[in-house]
Design a protein around this ligand. Structure first.
Ligand code: SF4
Ligand code: SF4
Length: 202
């Protein structure tokens, strides 16, 4: 038959040797690949005993921060919930009572604050929306659970531990830190600042 091009290759049906009939070259080739992986750098780690370093921009489990006096910064304004694209945040606001100034920084606070971690996409928009620097995402992983209810994180899991505050300095930029220190803005004043302002009659 006349070939249209000269690129065709004639396949020769070669008689197999005894070794080939016993698959010996194929087995040896397979073993060579297996042994080469014994000495290669491992792509996996033994989690949870070993962990990988996270990128500085990693966004994990949230924390509700306290101010320098230990009072909760959140004022239950709801801006984080409005900004949340996954509708993962719910809260119930309450009015601060007399004598609770040390517990809550503002006159209104979140009596209930919940994040549904199954809905959350860790976008960080709640953190950006918060005018009180009250919510931050951290490098903590949300642990797995067998029950869906276990992923509804309330204040017991979200509020900063008073004796062991979580460091969020990597997420607080210099501009944010400077803005937060400016006592000209009412929302940057602690209850102590407000008491001092009232005493000085301003
Ligand atoms: S990180 Fe994003 S999805 Fe998660 S609670 Fe905040 S705004 Fe919602
Ligand atoms: S975390 Fe911030 S934005 Fe959300 S309710 Fe509290 S103060 Fe408002």
């Amino acid at each position: 038959m006349q070939a249209l091009t000269n690129r065709s290759k004639v396949v020769v049906k070669k008689e197999m040797s005894l070794a080939e009939k016993l698959y010996l070259p194929a087995i040896l080739n397979g073993l060579k690949i297996t042994f080469s992986h014994f000495f290669a750098k491992k792509a996996t780690i033994s989690y949870p005993e070993e962990t990988r370093a996270f990128a500085p921009v990693y966004r994990g489990m949230h924390v509700l921060k306290r101010d320098e006096n230990g009072a909760e910064r959140c004022t239950a304004c709801g801006l984080c919930a409005v900004a949340c694209p996954a509708e993962a945040i719910t809260m119930v606001a309450a009015e601060r009572k007399k004598g609770e100034e040390k517990l809550y920084r503002e006159e209104k606070y979140a009596a209930v604050y919940e994040i549904n971690m199954l809905r959350c996409i860790f976008c960080g928009l709640c953190e950006e929306a918060c005018p009180k620097e009250a919510i931050f995402l951290t490098d903590r992983i949300v642990p797995s659970d067998y029950e869906r209810d276990g992923f509804i994180y309330g204040k017991d899991k979200l509020v900063d531990p008073i004796d062991k505050p979580i460091d969020v300095s990597v997420r607080e930029t210099a501009e944010v830190a400077a803005f937060k220190k400016d006592k000209e803005y009412a929302h940057n004043q602690t209850w102590k600042d407000q008491v001092n302002t009232r005493k000085s009659g301003h």
